[in-house]
Design a protein around this ligand. Structure first.
Ligand SMILES: *Cc1c(COP(=O)(O)O)cnc(C)c1O
Ligand code: SF4
Length: 360
């Protein structure tokens, strides 16, 4: 067993194990909570949590709460319509040029706000070799798809041999140039980023066939030395690493925390890619921040934060309709045809646009 597998074996998965760190008052309620979404906290993350402080951001993201049983009528089991756009098992095809492939529904740790908890929260079985063959046949029949996003669950919880099978199968489809891996392993299980894994990813790349890693840090406290080392190993190998964060009440819903998160990520060579509005997953209401607040937060960061650290703020529409960027309308057309802008530093500016010249 590799050290990361040993760490997985020592992960907190039961209420009795959790009780040692934080006394559990309502056992029956907690059992009901874990029926919807299983529990897992890795030793690495447990070490970073302040279990004496229920407001600790890492505590909030990982320790189950009774409030997960409160559902609003707007919340859905399949909040972004993954199932609605799934032509074959384990694949979602929503946009013309890229597909999601679910290679496992297992995660190293379970996030209490998980948008795909209707799958990851249960012990849902992953794809078999036949399913993988069907996915590849679909890709061969759809040459317009040039990018495959491995997701789940967490693809990097597969052992090297399983991951290698997926990468080899995808590389045998000539129309797929880009492989993207969506993973929270660099956050919760950095020991998984082994030299063996790095060489496997390197082996799936050449000058025109990249592998991208998109990870998921939500708070600057998640960037411990082990996490930074794991990121450095990926980046040093030539893999571009981007980050998708989720806007979470009590965790990162203030400009100071978001700015620190995006800047620290940038300093360890991770590109902040998206800040997601929390999806309408059932039982996540206590984490939700109003869209208006999210827009105001992003507006506060504009101009006061280096541009290379600023992600786009995104809303994934229910029903499988896809993601849209949210934000301030910085520019508005006036009746006289001029534009009125508000500068990031608060000044009102008028912009007169010259009329278009004919090219000939
Ligand atoms: C989010 C998502 C993607 C990736 O979208 P990008 O904007 O390229 O990051 C692809 N397919 C599905 C079904 C998605 O939900
Ligand atoms: S790592 Fe991703 S899929 Fe897994 S529990 Fe967290 S949010 Fe859900």
């Amino acid at each position: 067993m590799e050290p990361w597998q040993q760490e997985l074996a020592q992960t907190i998965r039961t209420l009795d194990q959790l009780d040692v760190l934080v006394p559990i008052a309502q056992r029956e309620t907690m059992r009901a909570v874990l029926k919807n979404m299983r529990l897992a906290i890795t030793p690495h993350t447990a070490k970073l949590i302040d279990f004496a402080n229920p407001q600790d951001p890492l505590f909030l993201m990982t320790v189950p709460q009774a409030r997960e049983l409160d559902f609003s009528p707007e919340e859905l089991t399949d909040p972004i319509g993954d199932e609605a756009k799934s032509p074959i098992p384990f694949l979602t095809h929503r946009y013309p040029d890229r597909v999601l492939v679910y290679v496992t529904f297992f995660c190293s740790a379970y996030c209490r706000f998980c948008f795909r908890r209707f799958k990851t929260g249960q012990a849902t079985p992953g794809p078999t070799a036949d399913d993988r063959e069907r996915v590849c046949a679909y890709l061969r029949a759809h040459p317009e798809v040039d990018e495959v996003i491995l997701t789940g669950g967490d693809p990097l919880t597969l052992v090297d041999a399983q991951l290698q099978e997926w990468l080899a199968a995808l590389r045998a489809v000539p129309t797929v140039t880009r492989i993207r891996i969506h993973t929270r392993v660099p956050v919760n299980l950095p020991s998984r980023i082994t030299p063996g894994l790095i060489s496997l990813l390197r082996g799936a790349m050449d000058a025109t066939h990249p592998v991208y890693v998109v990870t998921h840090f939500n708070h600057p406290c998640e960037l411990a030395p082990e996490n930074i080392a794991a990121i450095a190993a990926l980046v040093d190998a030539g893999i571009v690493v981007r980050n998708q964060a989720v806007l979470l009440r009590g965790v990162n819903d203030d400009a100071v925390t978001l700015r620190a998160l995006f800047k620290r990520l940038t300093d360890v060579r991770v590109v902040p890619y998206y800040l997601h509005q929390l999806d309408l997953a059932r039982g996540t209401g206590h984490f939700r921040v109003a869209i208006e607040t999210g827009i105001a937060l992003m507006r506060a960061l504009q101009g006061t934060t280096t541009g290379i650290a600023l992600p786009r703020y995104m809303l994934d529409l229910p029903g499988g309709h896809g993601k849209v960027p949210l934000g301030t309308a910085w520019l508005a057309r006036q009746e006289d045809g001029a534009y009125r802008a508000e500068s990031p530093l608060g000044a009102a500016v008028t912009y007169h646009e010259p009329s278009e010249k004919s090219p000939t």
